[in-house]
Structures are given as C-alpha cells and as structure tokens.
Design a protein around this ligand. Structure first.
Ligand code: ATP
Length: 248
C-alpha cells in the first residue's frame, strides 16, 4: 500500500484546490521556509483522524481552514483527500478488492467534520480501524516529520510500547479487546439493572396476590352474609303473612 496523491483545498496555506502526486516510493518536497511543506504532513495526520489541534500546530480545529492573507479572504471549509494504491492488497477485509482507496475529511467553520471512505460517508473509527496495524495513523511511526526522531528517542516507555505494538501489528487486536471489554461491561450493567427490575416486579406481584386473596375471601363472606340476610327476611315475612298465604 502506498500513498499515491493528496488533494488539498482550503487547508492551511493550500487555499486553491491542489493535487500533490507521489509517483514513487521516494519523493522530496522542497521549498523555502514557511512555504507549507509541513502543512502537507499536517493534512495527512488530519485526514487520518487527528483530533488534537496542538498536534496540527494550531490552537483550535478551525485553524486548519485557510484564514485569509493580505490578498485573499478566509474560506469557510477545508477538505483533504488521500489516495492509496492498494494493488498489493495490504488493506484487507471488505476493501481488499479495491486497487485504489480514497479517504476524505472535510470541516467547516461551524465545526462540522465529516469522513468519507471511497466517497461513502463513514465514521472516524472506520478510517482509524482500516489502517490500524499498517503503521499509518494520526500519530503513528509511518509519518516521520521534523522532530519525530528525537520524540522516538525521548519517548516514555508507554509511548515506545504503543509504537512497538503498532509495528508488531497487535494494536488493532488490543483496540478490539478494549471495545469488547467495554461492551461486556455495559452488558453486565444492563443485566444488573434488569435483575433489580425483576426483583421489584416480583415484590409487586406478591403484594398484588395477597390483595387479591383478601378481596376474594371478603367477597365470599359478604355474599354469604347477603344470602343469610335474605333468607332470614323471607322467613320473617312468611311468619307475618302466615294467616294470609295459602299453605304449600
Ligand atoms: P519550515 O521549512 O520553516 O518548517 P514549512 O515549509 O514546513 O516551513 P509550514 O509550517 O508547513 O511551512 O507552513 C507555514 C505556513 O502556512 C505559514 O506561512 C502560515 O502562514 C501558513 N498557514 C498555516 N495555517 C494557515 C491557515 N489556517 N491559513 C492560512 N495560512 C496558514
């Protein structure tokens, strides 16, 4: 897999749509200080899902959008598209059959950021997941820019570990394990909530059953009481009418 070209528009100093081609494995970008060489690297990090403005040498995410110059007004959005030659099939899974893979990220001044994979809208996670284990990512070792070598040399043990894990191709499995553990944790919490609910419903059922039993026995005794009253009234009435009614 190889980065074959980058399209930049409205990103930092690249206000006009510009395509930078990388025709071979060794390409040099040459220019005077401040001409925008590092902005190309920032563009790659940004598309790969970098969310820290500091790592893109800005104060806020909006700083990646061209903010005007003495001769041009600022623009409202930025878009970068990276094209990867995947003819060697490095990217597996559902994208294995694509000879070229493009990823695009756009951002507007209202902060809306969108990602696209082969022109189909996707999540940031889909892009980071696709490249995980290949060495390419927003902060991975595949991008060796100014100061990166000294950062590697001075890296803390945990940082060094994450570089080594990415190089060994195990970072994607660690990420999947982390996601699965989070899902299991959430499921356990849901189960505990369900058990609480079931206990509560069982208590209510018992209470209602007791009330139903009381109501049933009260109903039985009051109907027995009613029929007793009726028969005693009837016998009283019969007695009072004794001389008047024909004997049966
Ligand atoms: P050096 O060789 O000194 O490292 P460089 O060629 O890598 O420089 P960059 O740091 O990539 O240059 O580019 C800096 C230029 O980008 C500056 O001229 C700066 O004004 C311009 N720039 C950065 N962000 C923006 C922005 N949001 N809008 C307009 N121009 C920007």
């Amino acid at each position: 897999m190889r980065l074959s070209r980058i399209k930049l528009a409205g990103f930092k100093s690249f206000v006009d749509p510009t395509t930078v081609h990388f025709p071979s494995n060794l390409v040099g970008v040459v220019g005077p200080n401040g001409c925008g060489k590092s902005n190309v690297i920032d563009a790659i990090r940004w598309v790969m899902g970098e969310t820290s403005a500091r790592h893109l040498r800005g104060d806020s995410m909006e700083d990646v959008i061209f903010n005007g110059s003495s001769s041009r007004k600022p623009v409202g959005s930025a878009a970068i598209e990276l094209y990867f030659d995947n003819s060697d099939g490095t990217l597996g899974g559902q994208y294995a059959s694509y000879a070229e893979i493009s990823i695009r990220r756009t951002v507007s001044r209202d902060g809306t950021s969108q990602y696209f994979l082969n022109n189909t809208r996707c999540r940031r996670k889909d892009i980071t997941g696709l490249f995980m284990g290949t060495g390419l990512g927003p902060r991975s070792y595949a991008i060796i820019e100014q100061g990166m070598v000294s950062r590697l040399v001075d890296a803390k043990p945990e940082e060094m570990r994450s570089y080594i894990e990415e190089a060994a191709g195990i970072s994607k499995y660690k990420e999947r394990r982390r996601e699965t553990e989070t899902r299991m944790h959430n499921t356990r919490e849901n189960l505990a909530r369900l058990a609480d609910l079931r206990d509560e419903v069982e208590k209510q059922i018992k209470h209602l059953q007791r009330q139903a039993q009381v109501a049933e026995s009260t109903g039985r005794s009051s109907s027995r009481n009613g029929s007793l009253k009726r028969s005693s009234w009837l016998s009283g009435w019969r007695k009072s009418m004794a001389g008047w009614l024909p004997s049966v």
